[in-house]
Design a protein around this ligand. Structure first.
Ligand code: GLC
Ligand code: CA
Length: 605
């Protein structure tokens, strides 16, 4: 017989929000809710499943905003350790930490002053090592963020370069250049920053006269490194080993397609051909990542390299995923697309087709610490995403956005490959768009002259329990407020509130990840499209599992099935309502039956 119908009544939650004990339930694991997991020992590096990363669910922790253990209003390692049981119950395979290193936080930690030291606001190295081991005993691997394109202007290398002056070997690790024009007061190139504005800042000589300029594709506090310099390369290889030695299962590589620059520093051509952009996607990058892959492969178990690669040309993107380079890279095309069946189908097809020749699994990413939260994005007339388009005050239907985000959660969890889940999306947090101006920190906002609302709105500290801020983000006795204020309305979105609500986003994710783990067809493997009504996306995974998403405006009939495993919203009169997804159990196809299904085979493998 089939699994019970789970759509309307998922595994019953037990926590009683009114009970003081419920507060603890937010922090401690409930063994009864455990999905089948590999024994902890199965994760020791030498015996781990070498292909774990092809299907993994990876939860992104933005450390400053996850949980505050010591009451200073800033998330930290102690806070994460306290909630590891929550992550186990959620059913994730790995956690990825955005940069946790020593940093002045000019760009939320993507300005690293010391790659081997934990920011004291978060904890210390010993505690990070403890956390990595504690997580492993719960079956959770750890991925750290490395930032190779640039460093903090407070990093000793950059300080030494400033002090040593023009022509010094210290400056060769960076891109110092004289200015153009008679007095050298014109920028060496007209390259535009990823954070809008200029990419060069002029230095001042020790005698007070204006000096050379240095390159920064992001803020002036993030000078770009010169990857043609052997020491830059050697240092980053040593950093990789440093973290692999501490048991991390992988690294996420920040701005992975930007490292190498054309040394002659030409202007950006109007229509650069493949490999012709002076600071993006240069062919020399592949050699760097082959070196990194050799290091990763020299460790027991599979240590993975995950690239943050924003490239419009998907074939160039896939080149980074050749078997001796990166394992995976974030698929941003899907999150950039609007909530539209044709668009999403095109994105899925294109993604799978591009990954197939290099035999890399695709990744599915609905959001991260840089983009507008899905609940907000999908509630807008234009639900596509682009940094350049972000505007304060765009009208948003959050109820619609929430329905669609639920449907998108099941859709992406059913697609082939690995899945990224950004903290708070499992709670359905919306983007916070009314943060007080004096609390904003994101340089993207300031460098745009305030036109871009910035990324603080998706980085607001998580609500854990209670009915008033800080919602358990900090310990009860804490006097400090969270570093960014939380909306009062988040009382309804706390972990505690959702735990006792079977229809909550949290339970949708828990049930989805539990099923994903137990369904043999989910995760890595082929996908087969099934014909359905216009505006729907239906496909099978394995022999007996079908996922159907309805992006049309009418309720639709479901394909033949024997049980509904899960649905993002209740069915109405047996029909799948608009903006929802259902996961179905289907009959084993009989030999006579197969031909009558109108299916399209995707050639993923
Ligand atoms: C990546 C990070 C982003 C950061 C930028 C510069 O895009 O995800 O948060 O600002 O790199 O390091
Ligand atoms: Ca803290």
């Amino acid at each position: 017989m089939d699994l019970p119908v789970l759509s309307a009544q998922p595994t019953a939650p037990t926590a009683d929000a009114a009970d003081a004990a419920a507060a603890d339930a937010v922090e401690t694991a409930d063994a009864a809710e455990q999905a089948a997991r590999p024994a902890a020992s199965a994760l020791s590096p030498s015996t781990a499943d070498p292909l774990w990363w092809r299907s993994a669910v990876i939860y992104q922790i933005y450390l400053r905003s996850f949980a505050d253990g010591n009451g200073d209003g800033i998330g930290d390692l102690a806070g994460v350790r306290k909630h590891l049981g929550y992550l186990r119950d959620l059913g994730v395979d790995a956690i990825w930490f955005t940069p946790w290193y020593e940093s002045p936080l000019a760009d939320g930690g993507y300005d690293v002053a010391d790659y081997r030291t934990i920011n004291p606001a978060f904890g210390d190295l010993a505690e990070a090592e403890t956390l990595i081991q504690e997580a492993l005993t719960l079956g959770i691997r750890t991925i750290v963020d490395v930032v190779p394109n640039h460093i903090s202007d407070q990093h000793p290398w950059f300080q030494a370069a400033l002090a040593a002056g023009p022509g010094s070997p210290e400056r060769e690790r960076f891109w110092f250049r004289p200015g153009r024009g008679e007095n050298g007061d014109e920028l060496p190139t007209g390259w535009v920053s990823n954070f809008s504005g200029e990419t060069w800042t002029r230095t001042t000589n020790p005698d007070g006269t204006p000096g050379e300029w240095y390159l920064h594709l992001f803020t002036p506090q993030q000078p770009d490194l010169n990857w043609n310099h052997p020491e830059v390369r050697a240092e980053h290889e040593a950093i990789l080993r440093f973290w692999f030695d501490r048991g991390v299962a992988g690294v996420r590589i920040d701005s992975a397609a930007l490292l190498v620059k054309d040394e002659s520093l030409p202007e950006v051509p109007e229509h650069p051909g493949p490999g012709e952009h002076p600071n993006q996607d240069r062919d020399e990058l592949h050699d760097i990542y082959r070196g990194w892959r050799a290091i990763a492969d020299s460790y027991p178990g599979t240590r993975v390299l995950v690239g943050e690669i924003w490239l419009p040309e998907i074939d160039r993107f896939a080149m980074y995923l050749r078997p001796d380079e990166l394992h995976t890279a974030f698929n941003f095309d899907f999150l950039a697309r609007p909530w539209d069946a044709h668009e999403l189908r095109a994105s899925i097809d294109q993604t799978l087709a591009a990954h197939a020749p290099v035999d890399a699994p695709s990744t599915w990413v609905l959001s991260n610490h840089d983009v507008t939260r899905p609940v907000t994005r999908y509630g807008r007339a234009d639900s596509s995403f682009a940094f350049a388009k972000k505007r304060v005050g765009t009208p948003t239907d959050l109820a619609l956005g929430r329905r669609r985000a639920r449907a998108a959660a099941l859709l992406t969890a059913a697609l082939p490959g690995s899945l990224y889940l950004y903290q708070g999306d499992e709670l359905g947090l919306p983007e916070v768009e009314d943060l007080p101006a004096d609390r904003l920190e994101d340089p993207m906002h300031f460098r745009s002259g305030g036109v871009d609302p910035g990324r603080d709105g998706c980085r607001v500290p998580l609500p854990w329990r209670g009915v008033h801020p800080p919602f358990g983000f900090s310990p009860r006795e804490a006097s400090a407020e969270p570093w960014l204020p939380q909306p009062e309305a988040w009382a309804a979105l706390t972990v505690e509130a959702q735990q006792s609500d079977a229809s909550s986003m949290l339970w949708l994710y828990r049930n989805a990840l539990r099923l994903r783990r137990s369904e043999p067809g989910l995760g890595d493997g082929p996908l087969r499209w099934i014909d359905g009504p216009p505006g729907t996306l239906a496909f099978s995974r394995g022999d007996r599992f079908v996922s159907v998403t309805n992006l049309s405006t009418e309720a639709v009939a479901l394909p033949e099935h024997t049980a509904i495993l899960l649905s993002s919203d209740p069915l109405v009169g047996g029909l799948l309502p608009p903006d929802s997804t259902a996961w179905l159990r289907t009959q084993l196809p009989s030999p006579h039956h197969t031909a009558s299904h109108h299916t399209t085979e995707r050639n993923r493998q």
